[in-house]
Design a protein around this ligand. Sequence first.
Ligand code: BES
Ligand code: ZN
Length: 629
Amino acid sequence: MRLFLAAFALVATACTTAGDSPQTRMVAPILTTADARDTHSYARPEVARVTHVDLDLALDFDAQRVEGTAALDILAAPGAQEIVLDSKGLEIAGVTDANGRALPLVVGAEDPAKGAPVTIRMGDARRIIIRYRSGPGAAALQWLTPQQTAGGRHPYLLSQGQPTLNRTWIPTQDSPGIRQTWTARITAPEPLKVVMSGDRLTPDGEPAGAGRRAYRFAMNQPVAPYLIAIAAGDIAFRPLGPRTGVWTEPAMMDRAAAELADTERMVEAAEALYGPYRWGRYDVIVLPPSFPYGGMENPTLTFLTPTFIAGDKSLVGLVAHELAHSWSGNLVTNATWADGWLNEGFTSYFENRIMEAIYGPRRASQEAALSFDDMMSALNEEGMTGSTTRLNLTGADGTPEGGASGIVYDKGAVFLRTLERIVGRERWDAYLRSYFDRHAFQPMTSARFLADLRANLVQGDAALEQRLMLDQWVYQPGLPSNVARPDPAAFAEVDQAVAAFAGGGAAPAAFGRWTTAERLRFLNRLPRELAQPRLAALDSALALNTAGNNEVLFAWLNLALANRYEPAVAPAERFLAAMGRRKFVLPLFQTLWGEGEWGRAIARRVYTQTRPTYHSVTTGSVDRVLGVQ
Ligand code: BES
Ligand code: ZN
């Protein structure tokens, strides 16, 4: 605690109010305890740290680069002469102070994961201006050809910053515990529109010379730098509610807006649970299908895959999830990726509470039971004593990617559900709401969360402390004995149908009436080994090869390919060519690769075609499976 207070003292104006002028911008505190140290950044924030970034960039679709300047405001310890930034592949032309005087810089050795440190001898300067461009193949950015878009006529740019990719296009301190406010002015060729994850100040842009327009943005509340995001393309906007709306290509608009019709209600439900939505607008952008994730919680503008569109809102848990990050993740942020569960576990729990509020307890309990199953699979895969089954990851497990495992999401959510059950919903909700208020715009660690929970919820009740098993949940592998298990009734009918089919019976006639969660439970619970006639029986009775719901299609294709079911190969090829979402793409390639030469030949043939259409996040993972470099 002492150290933490000292860190506050370094920060002249800890958490002052937001505003446009540099004097009134909010400066967030940093943590300086050992558990908050981010080993995946070169920054030394206790010496000098970036508090604000002004970007002025041109998008060059031909060269596939961004180019321009980043001006950084710096808060430094007395007498500090140097600041260290993160960078990966950036081509830096020069650095000056605010008066244009050149400042010396040294780019250190490049680490394949972390990139290279950029050390700038700033002397007494506390604002520096970096002239630069992104390097070839910058991992955060995906430049799409017109053929990769729904409209087919214009190119498209999208970015993905989390966890450590933004250092490939923004020269700053790329660490989740170093919050920064930012502004941007971005120029793009007409008729493309640009959107970013901050207030969109010029929706229609401004003239910016021959055939180009400029778009300006501001984020006046300090955010973790992985949350700076950009997209540009032939996109349009449609309001969904007073503070919600959707951006997407015109060809996608009707389907996207219909699927997202409940978005405003979701924001209201989230606020009723855990306090005010503090980011102004909540818009979403439905991206082209190569976006590597289901969703990304970029502030004021959630990024979404189009693969969640099923026509019946059955996959909008994704939207509830990204919205929930507006509290867990964006307001209160994991200080390091070793504590990713503080973002993703809290958010998965919160997501389910939003789903319950909007769609009722039945749907919510089914989705929670699916998540519990996913947790059990992950635990069994890693082994109950495996160190990667801890929530707080240590040492080599705490890589930026480790923070995205199923454990972090599902075991994290189950932990909070267990706490809710033990203390009662009313008391738990009051606590969680106060947690977001107490730590808004601050970094968080496992230890800090537990200290907060003990101070504000347990309050010295020794019997309660014992029942909660807090340290075991956070620091030990496996599953504590007080775990809140899902209601076995949630899927009673489906589980019976699984048993019947596994015993040689027919495919369930009720499948067509089932919810998406029920269909997924059925497919995921089937025996993993099935003979060809059994697969054919499923396929013909349930029309799985032509399922319109991508989660259902994925679950089926994965099962079918694992049994070398030939009729699933063509639909799998089409699926893998149609989108680049890693959650779907990677397991299908892993399954094919596990099927000897039968599957490997298919995998190689398909990947040769599809690899150029995937984002680096997806190719990075699939390359490792197929041994491509
Ligand atoms: N923040 C994550 C995506 C992420 C995590 C990117 C870690 C990079 C590193 C996002 O909120 C997310 O969890 N997306 C999920 C959605 C889901 C669990 C409903 C996805 O993309 O599938
Ligand atoms: Zn998430």
